[in-house]
Design a protein around this ligand. Structure first.
Ligand code: PLP
Length: 299
């Protein structure tokens, strides 16, 4: 695949720890990987694309909402790989109502198929997937968010960019595929903290288990920083993002990375992370989703 990716860099995050514990924070900038296929989504897609090409099959079919980072990444990755893509979109969005995300998906050649919330809820039912295969022909179906075994294997590669003397890695969790891949790829002595971005995210501790090596340990979930629920936000989150941009010159997205960073700073402020040491936060990308709240952001 001849896609031109930038090597992800670590950039320092300035954080004056009120507890004075000599910790240091840096951020792994997956957001700068590629202008269209940003962040963790590429890692989850690459093994899926190889799998499809080995079948062989020239079409990827996947699922997403109107602002989905995964849909746009799939559309672009398919196009760059010489493949077709079909996006099953939750809810109806007429041409005049198309979000910038969906508009870009179309520009990348993705065929958009809008379905009701009821049909969308069947996205993992074998019967429903077979009806999509009947409708669209042979295709490699990737679950929402790229959360399948191939996606997790691809995400283990993110661990290659984490320096071995790191003590703690933090990442935002949606489906958990990235978290599982990281846990499988990182040395066991590196602690991994995941910040769930939806209400009541504790269920992920169970749903992620099959994706992790049976011996996986040294990981934990922080479920208290959802800021109202999935893709929701409040004024404190917006203030945090705007401040973060002013002081660190790094844009965060409001759905994932801002919640993770706000959560990490809060835990550090309160002295709730014992021996934080060298911390690497993963910027998983997703900045295109900020278009949905453009007027609230100062960057
Ligand atoms: C999709 C996404 C995540 C969540 O990744 P999962 O593997 O689904 O847990 C985190 N951050 C950003 C920016 C994303 O787009």
């Amino acid at each position: 695949m001849a896609i031109d990716f930038k090597t992800p860099q670590l950039s320092p995050v300035h954080y004056p720890d009120p507890q004075n514990r000599n910790s240091s924070i840096s951020m792994l900038r997956l957001d700068t990987l590629h202008p269209e296929i940003s962040g963790n989504k590429w890692f989850k897609l690459k093994e899926n694309i190889l799998h499809a090409q080995a079948m062989p099959c020239d079409t990827l079919l996947t699922f997403g909402g109107a602002w989905s980072n995964h849909l746009i990444a799939t559309a672009a990755a398919a196009r760059y790989s010489g493949m077709k893509s079909i996006g099953i979109v939750r809810g109806f969005h007429g041409q005049a109502m198309l979000t910038s995300t969906l508009h870009h998906c179309r520009e990348q050649g993705m065929h958009l198929h809008f379905v009701s919330r009821e049909d969308y809820a069947r996205k993992n039912d074998e019967d429903y997937l077979n009806s999509l295969r009947t409708k669209f022909g042979a295709c490699h179906i990737i679950p929402e968010g790229g959360n399948n075994a191939a996606g997790i294997i691809g995400a283990t590669e993110i661990a290659d960019y984490i320096p071995p003397d790191t003590n703690l890695v933090t990442v935002a969790i949606g489906t958990g595929a990235t978290f599982c891949g990281l846990r499988n790829g990182l040395a066991q002595n590196i602690r991994l903290m995941g910040f769930t971005v939806m209400k009541n995210g504790a269920y992920l501790a169970e749903t992620m288990k099959p994706g992790m090596h049976p011996s996986a340990r040294n990981w934990q979930l922080c479920t208290g920083y959802h800021f109202g629920g999935f893709a929701r936000h409040d004024q404190s989150l917006i203030r945090f993002m705007n401040d973060f941009f002013t002081t660190q010159h790094t844009p965060l997205d409001f759905v994932y990375t801002a919640k993770m960073m706000a959560g990490l700073f809060d835990l550090l402020d309160k002295g709730k992370i014992s021996e934080p040491g060298k911390i690497v936060c993963i910027h998983t990308g997703g900045l295109q989703g900020n278009e949905s709240i453009r007027s609230e952001l100062a960057f």
